[in-house]
Write a protein that binds this ligand. Structure first.
Ligand code: SF4
Length: 479
């Protein structure tokens, strides 16, 4: 392989994935490599795959095919969950690509550094495999409005999962949970703040298992006592950095404990009133067969505790429709439960059987047309819920982190509780505006509109110099 002067990164999947490729891009740039757009001419292409659905696998393979087509002589490194679970397909597709096995967990950055430094290394798997770069975070994969993240920084604190929900391939693809040391997270947050970011989203595959870097590998449920819990980590971030806004990407409902809520309450507004709590089904029988670790009563109790602790909090969730054995009665129960929760936002997924998961052997498959009808019903409910949540802001004052200019010249951003807000102003990028909400957008029913009454301009503009191409599953996955 000749010297690497230009590298392209194609990224499929979740926010954990995004935070990891950001780190890879930073390292490449620090080594003097120009990081170019995903399919621009390059000497090295890193394709970070995902296996969350069969369609994600297909898109991952298509990304490798396209990378090779536009860069026939480049070194192509393919990594991530799709490689882990379907290595042979990639080997056939591009025999010269370096396929990175997830099972060895050496450092990605050290490997990339070695790769960049090797002037004429042989093709084939990199010695000492890269860790996986890909995973599943259903909510973000579903929300195409999150694609163009401009101002928020996604900081990975944890990887892997050993819960083995029966529909999920992630424990196989990414291995058991392990956490990043607090010093690593603190350094990453400080780097993001220095680069101008005003909001940090802490990401992980199963973030509630954060244990300060002391995770024990092992069979299901072997996660051990923590040296530092997630609330402890957040307390350190609040105490030791100047972070203005912290969110969690999503957290399993059973991991929302009193300690976490106490940190939120004591954070003086720096921990934002927005929790994404995956639900997956509102029927206890289906939840049980999914291998989820709560029932509907426990989920509802968690929501009630969060609401009691954090007034005005927005609760978002994920639901998978059409899981095996979800008959009409189960579906009706699920729908009624979901209605009763009063979600501010909901991501809807149709179940698709994944080889390697326990659910693939389950009887009681639901027909595709039925799944589609249920998904449509739930999407309608989700749209109503978002619109009514936005309408509930009229007359209130919210703090909005402005992210991007809308096509009509106004600026859009998210309030503390993640509601979308549009307002007029000059250059508002990365400014936090105090906005009086006056109505709801005529064009976009779930977007509040208002006037800026005070503006806190950023101390520095965001340094955005990493043209990583992120492919989303938008239409494909979000039904
Ligand atoms: Fe998958 Fe369940 Fe682990 Fe989430 S908690 S990554 S759904 S196995």
């Amino acid at each position: 392989m000749s010297a690497v002067n230009r590298a392209a990164i194609v990224n499929l999947g979740c926010k954990v994935n995004q935070s990891e490729v950001d780190a890879a891009a930073r390292l490449l740039r620090a080594r003097g490599v120009t990081v170019v757009g995903g399919y621009d001419p390059a000497d090295l292409v890193l394709v970070n795959t995902c296996t969350v659905t069969a369609e994600a696998d297909a898109k991952s393979r298509a990304a490798v095919r396209r990378a090779r087509r536009v860069n026939p002589d480049a070194e192509i490194v393919v990594t991530g969950c799709s490689v882990q679970t379907g290595r042979d397909a990639f080997a056939v597709l591009d025999p010269t690509a370096r396929l990175i096995d997830n099972h060895a967990k050496d450092g990605l950055l050290a490997e990339l550094e070695a790769l960049v430094a090797i002037p004429d290394g042989p093709a084939g798997p990199v010695a000492g495999a890269l860790p996986t770069l890909s995973g599943v975070e259903l909510a973000t994969a579903a929300d195409d409005r999150n694609v163009a993240e401009r101002t928020r920084a996604f900081v990975k604190v944890q990887d892997g999962c050993s819960f083995f929900c029966t529909y999920c391939i992630i424990p196989t693809a990414r291995g058991p949970e392990r956490s990043l040391a607090p010093e690593t997270v603190l350094a990453d947050v400080r780097r993001a703040l220095a680069a101008g970011h005003r909001e940090i989203v802490l990401t992980g595959i199963n973030i509630g298992t954060y244990d300060g870097g002391w995770s024990e590998r092992g069979p299901r449920g072997s996660h051990r006592a923590a040296a530092l819990t997630l609330p402890g980590l957040i307390r350190r971030l609040l105490d030791e950095t100047e972070v203005e806004r912290i969110r969690l990407s999503s957290i399993e409902p059973q991991h929302v404990d009193d300690e976490l809520l106490a940190v939120w309450r004591a954070a003086d507004g720096r921990c934002l009133p927005h929790f994404h709590l995956p639900l997956q089904s509102g029927d206890d029988g289906v939840l049980h067969r999914m291998g989820r670790r709560y029932d509907t009563a426990a989920y509802a109790a968690t929501v009630a505790r969060v609401r009691a602790a954090i007034p005005g909090v927005a609760i978002h969730g994920d639901v998978i429709v059409g899981f095996p054995t979800e008959d009409e009665r189960a579906w009706e129960r699920s729908l009624a439960f979901i209605r009763g929760i009063g979600f501010a936002g909901l991501h809807v997924f149709r179940y698709s059987a994944r080889p390697g998961t326990a659910a693939i052997r389950m009887a009681g498959a639901v027909d595709e047309p039925v799944k589609k009808r249920r998904a449509a019903d739930l999407l309608a409910l989700a749209a109503e819920a978002r619109a009514s949540f936005a309408a509930g802001h009229v007359g209130r004052i919210v703090d909005v982190l402005f992210e991007s200019r809308l096509p009509d010249g106004r600026w859009g951003g998210h309030a503390e509780d993640h509601v979308l807000v549009a307002a007029a102003g000059g250059d508002l990028e990365n400014a936090i505006g105090r906005v009086m909400i006056e109505g709801v957008d005529r064009e976009v029913a779930d977007r509040a509109i208002g006037s800026i009454v005070a503006l806190d301009r950023p101390k520095r503009q965001i340094r955005r110099d990493l043209p990583v191409l992120t492919e989303q599953f938008g239409g494909a996955r979000a039904v």
